[in-house]
Design a protein around this ligand. Structure first.
Ligand SMILES: Nc1ncnc2c1ncn2[C@@H]1O[C@H](COP(=O)(O)OP(=O)(O)OP(=O)(O)O)[C@@H](O)[C@H]1O
Ligand SMILES: [Mg+2]
Length: 262
């Protein structure tokens, strides 16, 4: 996306000022654009979809983004295990995968091949447990192994739709697994969620001091929690520390019902 503040149509010219900009349809970059007339005459103002997102997110207490500058450092693994763990502690958890081009969350949650259903309330997440719902573009792809190649505006469109149309119900936590880098998806998710309040971000890095944990890889590959049977002796305590810090910073206490092992 050229413009950090405004939405840009998928078929827009390069350097499009954005549909909501005062110069929409009027700037030099608009010359010859198929949207020029529509943009020049359309009413400007705040995006009405943002109001819908605010309404939708009113039932979500905390929103946590999981980010990293580099790819393949373990964001999806952390997102998946954080969600498993918070759910095992009794919280209502939603996990939103906005890695449009490489969604790995369905596999890591053991949900490959599942499909999203629609109800009159919106798109229903796919549930691992009654208190752990997952939404990912991976559920919409006919062939999970095929790459998705989408331009920025189309990616922004699906992220907006995830925020607008998914019926999460009451959630204690919405964990958002982001793609690597600082690009369209990151700008969009922050723009769309800004007015609803984002509690913070977990930045995943790979410090040399932390040994790689093959047991964690196995848990992720098999779509299960790394806390199961306390098998991941390196990762489980590290994740537990992160979760304790998160809960204490957000001043959230554990629900009454607790399960062992988390
Ligand atoms: N602590 C760890 N120790 C060893 N391997 C790990 C660890 N965390 C993640 N991995 C492995 O690294 C690989 C990449 O992990 P993952 O998919 O979570 O990264 P990512 O940051 O989400 O990647 P992408 O940027 O492509 O979205 C996976 O095979 C995963 O099992
Ligand atoms: Mg990932």
């Amino acid at each position: 996306m050229e413009n950090g503040d405004y939405e840009v149509p998928e078929n827009a010219n390069e350097h499009c000022p954005g549909t909501q900009s005062e110069s929409a349809g009027k700037s030099d970059a608009c010359a010859g654009c198929p949207n020029q007339e529509a943009c020049a005459t359309a009413p400007k103002g705040p995006d009405p979809d943002l109001v819908t997102i605010i309404e939708r997110m009113a039932t979500v207490k905390h929103k946590i983004l999981v980010l990293s500058g580099k790819g393949g450092v373990g964001k999806s693994t952390v997102s998946a295990q954080l969600s498993f763990s918070l759910a095992a502690m009794g919280f209502q958890v939603g996990l939103l995968d906005i890695d449009i081009c490489g969604p790995s969350i369905p596999k890591m949650l053991g949900l490959e091949g599942q499909e999203i259903h629609q109800s009159n309330l919106g798109w229903s997440p796919v549930y691992v447990e009654s208190n752990l719902g997952v939404m990912s573009i991976g559920f919409m792809l006919p062939h999970p192994d095929e790459a998705v190649i989408w331009r920025g505006p189309r990616k922004n469109g699906i992220i907006k739709q995830f925020l607008k149309d998914v019926y999460w119900g009451d959630l204690d936590f919405l964990v958002v697994d982001a793609p690597p880098g600082t690009s369209d998806e990151h700008i969009s998710i922050v723009q769309f969620l800004q007015a609803t309040g984002i509690d913070g971000a977990i930045i995943v890095t790979t410090p040399q001091q932390v040994p790689l944990d093959p047991q964690l890889c196995k848990a992720a590959e098999e779509g299960r929690s790394c806390f199961d049977d306390s098998k991941c002796s390196v990762s489980a305590p590290a994740l537990k520390t992160i979760i304790e810090k998160l809960l204490s910073e957000l001043k959230v206490s554990r629900p009454e019902i607790m399960e062992d092992g988390a």
